[in-house]
Design a binder for this molecule. Structure first.
Ligand SMILES: [Zn+2]
Length: 547
């Protein structure tokens, strides 16, 4: 979630140096599954712009003490919330138990939203059914997702200007952003095993887009967006402003009087155009697009928001009222975006690749109805070139899913079709994942990996190597016909982008000794280590922890 490391650390009176990341407490006990709805108090948006409301959720999500089937909330510093005799959680905003229930519920809503959109279960990127939510992890101005620690952690800090302790676990934007990182990591673990800056930036955009999508699920938020913008979505609103309270606290605390009225951490409104993030400075500035992941993420987030705005206009032109038009725009775009992730390469998510996958998703779900809207915006933002736009319309070869046990026949299927798919003959692939969704579509992901030795330019790591992955993905419709294909080679370009990303991590001193999966990847000053070296193996791996 973090944006301005330097600003935050230099200008805050709160000091937080903890080298060990918070780890989870004891294992959760099994809960009895009861299928009824319960009521919980929650904030449907950031605390600065919303009021507590009571919503209904399935009881299996929270159980008797915030132990749900997929999410478990733990708190070292406060007693954990307990359901009342009817199973409800009616805690007041000023209590730590409210923060626990709120973060638990939002993390759950995030997962449930994506699972519903995809029509399948999303596994976590670690071999467990439950993720831990730590609503009061420690003092500081940050929040993060930690695959190895199997948790999402939310920090808190004193804001003398706002006269309160800012609890990031109260903010729907922050919790769903981190929950978004966790869900994306479950779908595409390869993204966090890349050193490519742009893929990390896409992870950030995904977090912010998740926050916008989830906020738009709430009826009151829809009404507020319409009244705040008077039906003109190019105006700022509670959807375009991300992390209102956090942003306001930070801007009031820093030395710059010019940003005091800025009530967001990031905004979805900008006119940035694509440039390779490796060619941009790594600083952080509101008005400039830089290569820093959170800063660069704003370009893709804005492209997403542009599409929402265009779809909204399109539905308004069909004489729908503002709220219905916004609801439909939300539903169409949420499907295209989420299904686009499903169709993206399994180990690479550059802006270009995601945009192409979204176009393929649109074609598959809506048959090209909204194609021009997407194409125009991705072209305007320079995320797709004219050549890319032509390529996405190329027809696929006719390939059918054989009616045999596909987990046994997957390698042969690909071998037989290498030529027709224009794939190199000497490609050495393993099956990484096969599944069929509720619609009856089958996805096969193949993977290959390459060790890349580092050279002198990597200084003390010149005798180390990194492992880069690529792959092939095939998707078949209900009738077994190939409808989507992508090839993600470990190309010269991919190697160069990863090495550039790694060199920057080394330069910025964000590399540490590999310390296993128990944590220790928080550097202090709210900074996370991005890579870890393994001395014995002479390998450097990315650290799958992201803020
Ligand atoms: Zn993030």
């Amino acid at each position: 979630m973090l944006k301005k490391v330097e600003d935050l650390t230099k200008k805050t009176s709160v000091s937080i140096i903890q080298t060990k990341a918070p780890s989870r407490l004891e294992n959760p006990k099994d809960e009895v599954t009861i299928s009824k709805d319960i009521k919980v108090n929650t904030l449907p948006q950031d605390p600065l712009v919303s009021e507590v409301k009571t919503v209904e959720i399935p009881q299996e999500e929270a159980g008797k003490n915030l132990i749900g089937k997929r999410v478990v909330t733990q708190d070292r510093n406060n007693p954990i919330a307990i359901a009342d005799p009817d199973g409800n959680y009616f805690y007041a905003l000023s209590t730590p138990q409210f923060d626990q229930v709120n973060a638990h519920n939002i993390a759950y809503r995030t997962l449930a939203m994506f699972e519903k959109l995809l029509g399948r279960k999303i596994p976590w990127a670690f071999a467990k059914e439950q993720i831990f939510v730590l609503p009061h992890a420690q003092e500081g101005k940050n929040a993060y997702y930690d695959r190895w620690g199997e948790n999402v952690s939310f920090f808190y800090f004193n804001s003398p200007e706002l006269k309160k302790i800012v609890q990031t676990s109260q903010s729907q934007d922050v919790v769903s952003h981190e929950g978004g990182h966790a869900a994306l990591d479950g779908l595409r673990p390869g993204y966090l095993y890349s050193f490519d800056k742009e893929i990390r930036a896409f992870h950030e955009a995904f977090g912010d887009i998740t926050a916008m999508m989830l906020a738009l699920q709430d009826e009151d938020n829809l009404d507020k967006v319409i009244s705040e913008t008077k039906g003109d979505l190019t105006k700022e609103s509670l959807i375009t402003r991300l992390g209102e309270e956090f942003g306001k606290a930070v801007h009031l605390a820093n030395q710059d009087p010019n940003d005091d009225n800025r009530i967001y951490l990031r905004s979805a409104l900008n006119n940035f155009k694509y440039a390779d993030p490796n060619t941009l400075p790594n600083s952080n500035d509101e008005n400039t697009l830089t290569g820093e992941a959170h800063n660069f993420s704003r370009l893709f987030t804005a492209a997403f928001y542009d599409i929402l705005t265009s779809l909204f206009k399109e539905f308004k032109n069909q004489n729908l009222d503002d709220k219905t038009a916004l609801t439909q725009a939300r539903d169409v775009l949420s499907k295209i975006f989420t299904y686009g992730i499903e169709l993206s390469p399994r180990n690479s998510g550059t802006y270009n690749e995601i945009a192409k996958a979204m176009l393929s998703a649109e074609k598959n779900i809506f048959g090209g109805k909204y194609k021009e809207i997407l194409k125009n915006i991705f072209k305007e933002r320079k995320i797709l070139s004219l050549k890319d736009l032509e390529e996405v319309d190329h027809p696929l070869p006719e390939i059918n899913l054989p009616k045999i046990n596909i987990s046994k026949g997957a390698i042969n299927l690909l071998k037989q079709n290498l030529k027709r798919l224009n794939l190199p003959e000497n490609i050495n692939l393993k099956v990484e994942e096969i599944f069929t969704n509720q619609k009856g579509e089958t996805f096969i992901h193949y993977k290959f990996a390459k060790d890349i030795p580092l050279d002198k330019s990597c200084g003390r790591y010149q005798e180390y190597s990194v492992n880069l992955s690529g792959g092939v993905s095939l998707a078949f419709n209900q009738k077994g016909k190939l409808f989507h294909f992508n090839f993600d080679p470990v190309s010269k370009e991919k190697i160069s982008r990863n090495i550039l990303g790694l060199k920057e991590i080394i330069r910025e001193n964000l590399i540490c000794r590999h310390q296993g999966k128990g944590g220790g990847y928080l550097k202090g000053n709210n900074q996370l280590y991005k890579a870890a070296y393994m001395e014995k193996e002479r390998k450097i791996i990315p650290v799958p922890v992201i803020d």
